[in-house]
Every structure is written in C-alpha cells, then in structure tokens.
Design a protein around this ligand. Structure first.
Ligand SMILES: O=C(O)CCC(=O)C(=O)O
Ligand SMILES: [Fe+2]
Length: 198
C-alpha cells in the first residue's frame, strides 16, 4: 500500500514469459492514435478492446466484442485476486515510446467504474499523483510487470500523469530509465451513450 488511500501496486503480476507474449500479441494488432482512426487525436499509439471509447467526444462509440484470448489469463487473475467487484469490460492498450507521457487527468468518473487497473509492460515508469484540491504531488514507481490498482481517493481525488522524461529519480534516489512501455488499462464502463452501443 502507498501513502495514497486506494492505491496499490502489485509487483510481478505477470511473469516475464507472459509479458513477452502479451507484447507480441498486441504488436500483431492494429494500433490507432497519432493521426490514425479511431482515435487520431491521441498523441500515443493505442488499442481498445471490449468497447470503443472516443477521447475526442468523451463517450462510448460502440461495442467491439469480447476481450482477445491473449488477455484471458490476466483477466482471470484480476477476478481471482478480487481486484474489482465488477469485471472489466474495457481494455485500453497505451504505448509510450521513450519521450512520451500522459497529461494529468482523472479517468472520467461518469463513464468508468470505481476501480481502474493498469498493467505496466517492458519499462518501469513514475506515475505522479496530484491531489485535486491541495496540489500535493506524490511519485509512485510502477515497476515493469506490475499491476496498479486505483480506487477510492487514488481514483477520484487525485490526477495521475506520466512525464516525458527519459530518466526519472524517485525521492529515495532510485533512478528509473525509461524505454518503450506498454500499459494495459482495464476499466469497467458504466455509461453507454454511443449510437451503436448495446
Ligand atoms: O499508462 C498507464 O499506466 C496509465 C494510462 C492512463 O492513465 C489512462 O489511459 O487513463
Ligand atoms: Fe488514466
């Protein structure tokens, strides 16, 4: 547990072999973002499974079908470890090349459920949590192959962000060198407003 209520980082959530397979499998799929539909506006490459969420229009556009088979073991582990009472129905794969990050944000509370989980693959990074009211900043290390779970205060009262820095230093002096990172963010969509949603 960290100093942020509702924030947990589970180390070694997947094995090195599982990590390799997960990355190989998603590299065989089509990436969007960086000018490519359906999320051309995003400044990093992404893939979505379960439902298609539009960042531009802030709504669910349509159902995409079940999660791909290559994430079955991870989804089963989420259930086994009872990380959420509502199974995830949306998977966002984000790719961060060295020098790419994500701006401070809170995942839309009206669209996504109370538990947000993110699996870090290939590279560690520092996720910064900024308290929405006090502005207090807390850096949390997300090791390679760890699962981040955000709920309660961590999910609702803080913004989270990842810098573009190639080298990051934690307050205890630990130096983190960034390289290509892929994250699998599992969420439960609770609001379906798109025209082709079911
Ligand atoms: O890359 C991550 O671990 C987090 C991604 C994220 O915060 C998001 O897509 O909302
Ligand atoms: Fe997020």
């Amino acid at each position: 547990m960290s100093s942020i209520p509702g924030l947990t980082v589970i180390e070694d959530f997947v094995s090195p072999e599982e990590e390799k397979k997960l990355v190989e499998n998603c590299d065989q799929q089509t990436w969007s973002g960086l000018g490519v539909s359906p999320n051309p506006e995003l400044k990093r490459r992404t893939q979505q499974y379960g439902y298609l969420f539009s960042y531009q229009y802030r709504k669910v556009l349509c159902e995409l079908g079940p999660f791909p088979e290559f994430v079955t073991a991870v989804v089963a582990r989420i259930a086994d470890q009872e990380l959420t009472s509502r199974p995830p129905n949306h998977l966002l794969v984000n790719e961060y090349e060295a020098g790419q990050g994500i701006m401070p944000h809170t995942d839309a509370p009206s669209i996504f459920g109370p538990v947000i989980m993110s699996l870090s693959l290939l590279s560690p990074c520092v996720m910064q949590f900024t308290h929405c009211e006090t502005g207090e900043k807390i850096d949390i290390c997300l090791p390679r192959r760890s699962m981040l779970v955000m709920t309660d205060e961590a999910r609702y009262n803080y913004k989270h962000s990842i810098s573009k820095d190639l080298i990051e230093t934690l307050s205890d002096g630990t130096v983190i060198e960034r390289s290509r990172r892929i994250s699998f963010t599992f969420r439960t969509i609770v609001s379906f407003t798109g025209e082709c949603s079911k």
